[in-house]
Design a protein around this ligand. Structure first.
Ligand code: AP5
Ligand code: MG
Length: 191
């Protein structure tokens, strides 16, 4: 199995690149952000809870997020591997993911970390906010909070994966094709 964590701040291109990677490597794409947005659209209890955090750019509590992620992995027993997008975002999430994969006799192959300067992230998200309908893209204050939460809670996970020799830092500015090429090169090295 190839199991990839696509890592990086809001707007780094995780979703965009995941779409290309899942086709190239025949992986199941799990984006916790997309799963939460589907719950919000369907007005589930989980969606109502998640929305109260997401609209402010805060993280949804680990207990909710980890349970949802596990269920999604277990729904795909035949998968050739997974691409985890926007998960893990905290140390308990990373530990829960390792435990889950161990129980399935597999593990993370690589954590690919997209590096993009803050000014570029803000520009991309404000631009998308004009048409996405995502409340968390709609104003610069919430975007800045998402970046601050990322630095505080999520960025430290690079160390978690570096310690396991699984971290690849990828320059995340350029055309979508250029960045895709860099990601494939890193996967072919690690997996
Ligand atoms: P989530 O949905 O994961 O959003 P995010 O990580 O904040 O960032 P995005 O999805 O907006 O960015 P992306 O890196 O996917 O970039 P994209 O490809 O879209 O999370 C949303 C919220 O859900 C969180 O704030 C939290 O509340 C909650 N949540 C989710 N997971 C959680 C978890 N594990 N724990 C707790 N809470 C969780 O690209 C961005 C834009 O840039 C697009 O418009 C794209 O077209 C453009 N673009 C892409 N590549 C390029 C390029 N090379 N050049 C120029 N533009 C580009
Ligand atoms: Mg995304």
């Amino acid at each position: 199995m190839i199991n990839i964590v696509i890592f990086g701040p809001p707007g780094a291109g995780k979703g965009t690149q995941s779409e290309k990677l899942l086709a190239q490597y025949n992986l199941v794409h799990i984006s916790t952000g997309d799963l939460f947005r589907a719950h919000i659209k369907n007005a589930t209890a989980l969606g109502v809870e998640a929305k109260s955090y997401m609209d402010k750019g805060e993280l949804v509590p680990d207990s909710v997020t980890i349970g949802m992620l596990k269920a999604k992995v277990q729904e795909n027993p035949e998968a050739n591997g997974f691409i985890f997008d926007g998960f893990p975002r905290t140390t308990p999430q990373a530990e829960a993911l390792d435990q889950l994969l161990t129980s399935l006799n597999t593990s993370i192959s690589a954590c690919l970390s997209l590096q993009v300067p803050d000014e570029e992230l803000v520009k991309r998200l404000l631009e998308r906010g004009k048409t996405s309908g995502r409340p968390d893209d709609a104003n610069e204050e919430v975007i800045k909070n998402r970046l601050a939460v990322y630095m505080r809670e999520t960025n430290p996970l690079k160390e978690y994966y570096a310690t396991q020799n699984k971290l690849a830092e990828i320059h995340g500015v350029g055309t979508i094709e250029e960045i895709f090429g860099r990601l494939c090169e890193a996967i072919d090295k690690h997996a």
